[in-house]
Design a protein around this ligand. Structure first.
Ligand code: PBG
Length: 326
């Protein structure tokens, strides 16, 4: 028989396969999103996100204990306010739910990297990510408010602020306001490339943040565009972003790859609520193996070029990594 190439030689055993494995998800790559609510002793499972909870601050501390024990080093906090108004006032209130949560977590776990989502949509009664006038989402008028939200998080002790509003110029504005207030050491991870995606559905139901009119297409990106993604990323780097983010992840692996190839900054990918829930529900129906799907998906996001992954699977993945030394 003529000489044939035999790539299968290196797939013969688990040891050989591990030896030549090119990509691994590490526990330190994982960022765990947690939803915080007002009150005490609250741990309510979120219907749209099976296995995820609305936690009051006291329960959050128990949750964080578990997260830290698993070896996870970063979390991102999302707040559910008591009341919403036109301006999203609770988003920048010193005693807002996220601000309280950040203070409590940093007090008990000073080493944990605490990120905070900076946006207005959970806090405004109209559910948009900026201020509105009639049916218009105002850009420049929203920037001061958004920068104030970021500042209030930094004052509470956040290590990293993560603007997810997609207003033009918000990274520069946040950087300016943080620097002016002696927070030049606080990082910005910018949701630079955030698509107007259907995959945020379960999150919006979890956070009560669906827009009350229209949609988010005048500020979030068209899923069909690549060049625009590169441009958004370039602008955010110029404005002072320390880390870029692509969101969602799985339907945008090409975008993750291109950003990683093009820019020299750390890159995050958000494996969003809808991506998570699809796996959960398919598994619940017995149609897919949840754990294997999780590992395959998160590995592919890493392989595409993400340095870190925000995922509701963070705890499960950390457990899996512990059980499966690679
Ligand atoms: C707030 C925000 C959203 C998500 C993160 N921050 C929702 C949205 O933009 O509509 C989505 C996260 C997820 O789906 O898991 N703007």
């Amino acid at each position: 028989m003529e000489m044939i190439q035999r790539p299968r030689r290196l797939r013969r055993s688990i040891g050989l396969r591990n030896l030549v494995q090119e990509t691994r998800v590490n526990i330190s790559d994982l960022i765990y999103p947690i939803f915080v609510v007002h009150g005490e002793g609250i741990k309510r499972e979120i219907e749209a996100l099976p296995g995820q909870y609305h936690c009051s601050v006291d329960v959050l501390l128990e949750e964080v204990k578990e997260v830290v024990e698993l070896g996870i080093q970063s979390i991102i906090l999302f707040g559910i306010p008591k009341e919403k108004d036109e301006y999203g006032s609770e988003a920048y209130s010193i005693n807002g739910i996220v601000q309280q949560a950040i203070r409590a977590v940093k007090k008990h776990y000073p080493e944990l990297v605490v990120m905070s989502d900076v946006c207005l949509c959970q806090y405004t009664d109209h559910g948009h990510c900026g201020l509105i006038k009639g049916d218009q989402i105002l850009n420049d008028e929203s920037l001061d408010v958004i920068a104030n939200v970021a500042l209030s998080h930094a004052m509470a002790g956040a290590d990293v602020v993560a603007p997810s509003d997609m207003m033009d110029g918000r990274v520069a504005k946040i950087r300016q306001v943080l620097d002016k207030n002696n927070f030049s050491h606080i990082s910005i991870v910018s949701y630079s490339v955030k698509y107007a995606s259907v995959f945020y559905g379960p999150f919006r139901s979890a956070a009560g943040s669906s827009p009350q009119f229209g949609d988010r297409k005048t500020y979030q990106m068209n899923p069909a565009n690549t060049k625009e993604a590169l441009r958004e990323a370039a602008l955010d780097i110029e404005e002072g972003a320390d880390i870029l983010m692509v969101k969602p992840a799985l339907a945008y692996l090409d975008i993750i790859y291109q950003l990683k190839e093009t820019y020299q900054v750390p890159l995050a990918a958000y494996h969003v609520s809808g991506e998570y829930t699809m796996v959960k529900l398919a598994a619940r129906e017995g149609l897919i193996d949840e754990e294997k799907a999780m590992v395959e998906i998160l590995t592919s996001i890493k392989r595409a070029g993400a340095d870190m992954i925000l995922t509701y699977f963070a705890k499960d993945m950390a457990e899996w990594i512990r059980r499966n030394p690679q």
